[in-house]
Write a protein that binds this ligand. Structure first.
Ligand SMILES: [Zn+2]
Length: 460
């Protein structure tokens, strides 16, 4: 049979603007694969409709702007012009004539193109959204292939264009944060407003540097959790972010009142410094399992020492146990004092144990680690009994989710710092389901995405 697709465009006054055959094709009915539209049929239909719809909209806009908006005099033509509008259903070429400005409206520019005021961007927001979302999940090249396979986007979808567009989205988001002047989160009690209790964890991961292939650079990933709201992610490359305090503020900006933030880290120097910048008023908590791991490491040395100095080793082991007990109960001062004494005693130890130097170094390291993080040592036993978090495991899994797959760590893919920083912005928003919201703030008339895959499904 012959299938004909007709399109009728009707104006606001019910007058028919155009009636047009978009295309026709012949379909058999004798084989399963001939039933219904094929992907290529559908792409041709969509492209044909899109071209006519966009052309009609542009013509209607142009018709309204042919005359001076103030004195209604017809504008003098300066000559023809062309623009290409890229959409999810094909690239549409449009006539975009230039006009002289009316003499009643003084302006620095003598001519202008009315369509230039409508087409502030030559890529449709929805296509930009699709490109950004999928390139945040899979590689730029795969994104181009995916879009080409299911949509009539033609040759304009390629890895370079999609990367450029994703960078543009991330840079615009960054510029927004600067403009909103989000401060750092100085949380604390007594501000008189209801407070949302926020748990935040930040942790680092490493990527191979494109420009200096022997080196890695650190990326920071964070997760915020609030009861009754989906978790939000954020990420950054420290050297690429002039105001890292904005990252956390941005994911918490929709909360009313000053949030009461608890910030968990592993106590490493870079994340600890960043935590202080991001939320100076937050309650810091050192990950219990990092403490426990250090103590376990020391325990292995003491068992080695026992072969040479059994008495000293037993004493050392019980002193470590007591330090651990102090730490578990949040007695930071006493734990620091005891760790320092222990380090001094181990340094003075006379033994033939071959790893004595390493033991001394690890003991001194423990004392410094506890002292540096003394302000972040809560009463873990109490938190544990109350069912509150004492570990950063929840953010370590987020680092894996955000960084490992897309950044192809296993394949040793290399990244530029700026490229990694920008991809982190769009990827965290894609994974926690807030990318569409970001686009809606830029393009309020952008329809809600009914078929959006729920964030949690993507994350899983
Ligand atoms: Zn005028």
């Amino acid at each position: 049979m012959r299938i004909e697709i007709q399109l009728r465009i009707v104006g606001d006054d019910d007058s028919v603007i155009s009636t047009d055959e978009v295309l026709h094709f012949d379909k058999g009915d004798d084989r399963l694969e001939a039933i219904g539209l094929s992907l290529s049929d559908a792409k041709a239909v969509l492209a044909g409709i899109q071209e006519r719809v966009v052309t009609a909209q542009a013509a209607s806009f142009l018709a309204r702007h042919r005359c001076c908006s103030r004195c209604d005099r017809a504008l003098l033509s300066k000559g023809p012009g062309r623009i290409q509008f890229r959409t999810a259903f094909g690239t549409v070429p449009l006539n975009s004539p230039r006009f002289h400005r009316c003499c009643c409206q003084p302006s620095t520019s003598k001519t202008f193109s009315p369509l230039g005021e409508l087409f502030t961007d030559h890529t449709a927001p929805e296509l930009l959204y699709l490109e950004t979302k999928w390139a945040s999940l899979v590689s730029f090249g795969l994104t181009a292939q995916l879009l080409k396979e299911v949509l009539p986007v033609g040759s304009t979808a390629n890895a370079c264009t999609i990367r450029r567009h994703l960078h543009k989205v991330a840079a615009r988001h960054d510029a927004d944060l600067g403009g909103e002047q989000l401060g750092s989160l100085d949380s604390g009690p007594g501000k008189g407003q209801p407070q949302a209790a926020v748990i935040v964890g930040i942790d680092g991961g490493y990527l191979r540097n494109w420009y200096d292939k022997k080196r890695n650079f650190e990326v920071i990933v964070g997760k915020s959790m609030i009861t009754g709201r989906n978790d939000r992610y954020f990420g950054l490359v420290v050297s690429q972010d002039e105001q890292p305090n904005r990252r956390l503020a941005a994911v918490l900006q929709d909360l009313s009142g000053t949030p009461a933030i608890t910030m968990l880290t592993d106590g490493g120097d870079s994340v600890r410094a960043l935590a202080g910048v991001m939320a100076p008023g937050a309650v810091p908590i050192l990950d219990w399992f990092h403490i426990a791991m250090r103590l376990t490491g020391l325990g292995q040395y003491t068992r080695g020492l026992a072969h040479h100095n059994p008495v000293e080793a037993t004493a050392l082991e019980s002193r470590l146990e007591r330090i651990k007990w102090r730490l578990w109960h949040g007695d930071a001062d006493e734990a620091v004092t005891r760790a320092e004494q222990l380090a001094a005693d181990v340094a003075a130890l006379d033994s033939r144990y071959p790893k004595l130097k390493r033991l001394a170094k690890a003991t001194a390291g423990l004392a410094i680690y506890i002292a540096n993080n003394a302000a972040a040592l809560p009463d873990y036993s109490e938190r544990w009994l109350n069912g509150e978090r004492i570990s950063t495991a929840f953010v370590e899994s987020t680092v894996n989710l955000v960084v490992s797959r897309r950044f192809a760590k296993k394949q040793q893919m290399q990244w530029s710092k700026v490229g990694a920083h920008r991809l982190l912005q769009t990827r965290t928003k894609t994974l926690d389901g807030t990318l569409r919201d970001l686009f809606s703030t830029w393009y309020p008339a952008l329809a809600a995405n009914d078929n959006q895959v729920p964030a949690l499904a993507i994350a899983a």
